[in-house]
Design a protein around this ligand. Structure first.
Ligand SMILES: *[C@@H]1O[C@H](CO)[C@@H](O)[C@H](O)[C@H]1NC(C)=O
Ligand SMILES: *[C@@H]1O[C@H](CO)[C@@H](O)[C@H](O)[C@H]1NC(C)=O
Ligand SMILES: *[C@@H]1O[C@H](CO)[C@@H](O)[C@H](O)[C@H]1NC(C)=O
Ligand SMILES: *[C@@H]1O[C@H](CO)[C@@H](O)[C@H](O)[C@H]1NC(C)=O
Ligand SMILES: *[C@@H]1O[C@H](CO)[C@@H](O)[C@H](O)[C@H]1NC(C)=O
Ligand SMILES: *[C@@H]1O[C@H](CO)[C@@H](O)[C@H](O)[C@H]1NC(C)=O
Ligand SMILES: *[C@@H]1O[C@H](CO)[C@@H](O)[C@H](O)[C@H]1NC(C)=O
Length: 559
């Protein structure tokens, strides 16, 4: 592994030098303008880096990913928090993944007070990707995805947020799922819903919905109403626990678990009659898939993919519904990092709600949904605390803390750690009770940096929303949650990875008035990211379901 360090560092230095030169040239005419990134972007676009998509060695990618998990801390499946809260495994002693017996298992190093742990500081957090055990020491180097080694930033082939907006619009005009093999009453209902949404009455305000955070309030409101009136979901009952039907409710991947738990208990949308269903839910857990089947140290996760393939074959063989649309009216909700790769072949046509919503890893606009990564500490209280200092009492300009996962965070730290009192940029923070330090930083900073780790997504995005710290997303090709409906640029800042040297200038160039507006809207967006044990209107459960419904409505076809 040592050999990877040198090229990585050299490449980083080369990159930083390049950045400084380009920055000096461009700064003069660049920084006062928003959007601010296109010119810099073009300068670096020659720096081609193969992505996993273009990698010719599929196995190599799998190997690398496999090593990453082993290096990262894994979770104690029967963690304290679940036991205390009577979580999903309280009555499931049968769940004992193979790796529990492995000498490599980082579980033994889980801090005893994990129930008090908070934040995605990635530090001493039992359910984060990395637990700070000995194996992790070199993980930021060991785990640099192979395809990125030697080239510090994937600056070529970046899809900016405005390009994503275009792709989304285009997808509505052109993306259509397979024609159903035979017709069903639901096909007409979907077409009618589409027409009603397209002709939505104009709504300018709503007492419960804040217009500026939506792309189009009228459309969202109409679509949501129609979902409430019309949508029926069939949940397949087949499949054994723990991979199927076992919601995992804590940790950074908890959103898939909460969705599963709440939909399986739902009375409003779920139908017992699959002929009535507009959507079919495949209730598997990508977390449990890894926990149950992945052998630590194994060079491949083919067996996980095979498991899902067999499951789909079983569903397709037993019921007529999969074959009717080739899976286009089926959906999955999966938060673990590998889910995009695991589902991209056999579940390619399904609507996939994924935390790892990466344009470069198969995310399809108009079909797939960006699932928020919500870090749940206690299954008994899925939302935890909210709020922070008033906008005028946020004394730090920008805050980041976390482990140096991936290629980007080392660059962020090299540029900004200990350089400037306005920029509180740290590696992992020293331990503090209940991770208070991390949270207090979020509560007292104007901007919270959400820099990508190994993958594009980060629980920081939702944490920033909770603590009312304007998120600054630094993760090229990341599709933010509920992209179909929310106008992210109205409450968050997007900065391209190559603009890290520019960070402070960009943030300072945002006028105070605009900052106040961003922060005000951010508070209004909170309600759409909250889990409730009994779901309430417009909460994150309904937002996930809505985005899936919306994409189905806009891609449905008839015979
Ligand atoms: C981390 O890397 C350094 C430098 O290559 C090496 O000396 C050290 O043994 C490694 N530590 C672990 C825990 O692998
Ligand atoms: C994965 O880890 C094993 C053992 O630690 C190592 O031999 C192998 O080269 C690693 N594979 C990759 C792709 O890094
Ligand atoms: C996992 O957590 C449970 C509950 O706290 C504990 O009893 C058990 O020893 C832990 N397992 C390991 C391997 O650390
Ligand atoms: C938790 O953090 C403390 C303080 O940095 C450290 O000494 C300890 O080893 C960490 N515990 C675990 C389990 O990583
Ligand atoms: C919102 O969508 C409706 C229905 O398609 C359309 O009539 C209206 O002009 C849109 N509003 C905005 C602000 O784009
Ligand atoms: C669906 O198609 C597959 C593959 O063509 C076939 O094996 C299966 O039997 C079909 N399912 C049903 C219920 O006919
Ligand atoms: C500002 O925030 C701090 C905590 O960060 C708090 O102690 C203080 O009372 C606040 N001041 C005002 C004027 O709200």
């Amino acid at each position: 592994m040592g050999i990877t360090i040198l090229p990585f560092q050299m490449a980083t230095k080369r990159f930083l030098l390049l950045i400084s030169i380009a920055f000096a040239v461009i700064l003069g005419f660049q920084y006062l303008e928003l959007p601010y990134s296109n010119i810099l972007f073009s300068l670096f676009s020659t720096n081609k880096i193969p992505t996993s998509e273009s990698s010719t060695l599929q196995d190599e990618h799998a190997l690398d990913v496999a090593n990453k998990t082993r290096m990262s801390g894994e979770e104690n499946i029967t963690s304290n928090s679940e036991q205390k809260s009577g979580g999903p495994y309280a009555n499931s002693p049968e769940i004992a993944p193979a790796y529990l017996n492995s000498p490599l298992s980082p579980i033994t190093k889980v801090s005893p007070d994990i129930t008090t742990m908070v934040s995605s500081n990635d530090y001493n957090v039992s359910l984060s990707r990395n637990d700070g055990n000995a194996l992790d020491k070199n993980s930021s180097i060991n785990s640099v995805p192979k395809e990125n080694q030697g080239s510090p930033l994937p600056v070529s082939d970046v899809t900016t947020i405005s390009e994503m907006n275009k792709l989304l619009l285009q997808s509505h005009a052109s993306y259509r799922s397979m024609r159903p093999r035979w017709s069903s009453a639901v096909d007409q209902e979907l077409l009618q819903a589409r027409s009603k949404i397209e002709n939505a009455p104009i709504v300018e305000n709503d007492p419960n919905l804040y217009a500026p955070i939506f792309r189009n309030l009228s459309t969202f409101k109409r679509s949501y109403e129609l979902m409430e009136e019309t949508l029926k979901v069939y949940v397949y009952r087949e499949g054994d626990k723990p991979i199927l039907h076992s919601p995992y409710l804590v940790g950074v991947y908890a959103s898939e678990g909460w969705f599963m738990k709440l939909i399986e208990a739902d009375k409003r949308f779920v139908t017992e009659d699959p002929k009535m269903a507009h959507l079919f839910y495949l209730p598997f857990s990508s977390v449990m898939l890894v926990k149950t089947l992945y052998v630590p140290g194994s060079p491949s996760y083919e067996n996980l993919i095979q498991y899902l393939h067999d499951y789909v074959d079983m569903i397709a063989g037993k019921h007529p519904f999969w074959n009717r649309t080739g899976g286009a009216d089926h959906f999955l909700v999966a938060c673990q990092d590998w889910a995009p790769s695991e589902t991209k072949v056999h579940m390619a046509k399904c609507i996939r709600a994924l935390c790892n919503a990466d344009v470069k890893n198969g995310f399809v606009f108009g079909k797939d949904v960006s699932l928020p990564e919500t870090h749940v500490r206690y299954a008994g209280n899925p939302t935890g605390e909210l709020g922070g200092n008033s906008a005028s009492n946020r004394t730090t300009l920008a805050f980041f803390a976390g482990k140096l996962h991936g290629y980007l965070r080392p660059i962020l730290l090299q540029q900004w750690a200990n350089k400037d009192p306005d920029m509180k940029i740290f590696g992992k923070l020293p331990k503090s009770k209940g991770n208070k330090d991390y949270i207090n930083h979020m509560k007292s900073s104007k901007y919270c940096l959400c820099a990508k780790g190994f993958e594009v997504n980060s629980p920081r995005v939702v944490e920033a929303i909770f603590y009312e710290c304007v998120p600054v997303i630094i993760s090229d090709n990341f599709v933010p949650p509920f992209f179909e409906t929310l106008n992210w640029e109205s409450f968050a800042i997007f900065i391209m990875e190559k603009d890290i040297p520019n960070l402070k200038v960009i943030l300072l160039s945002i006028p105070e008035k605009r900052y106040l507006l961003l922060q005000k809207r951010l508070k209004q967006v909170q309600q759409h990211f909250l889990w409730h044990k009994n779901p309430i209107k417009y909460d994150v459960f309904h937002m996930i379901l809505h985005s899936i419904w919306y994409n189905r409505v806009f891609s449905a076809t008839t015979t």
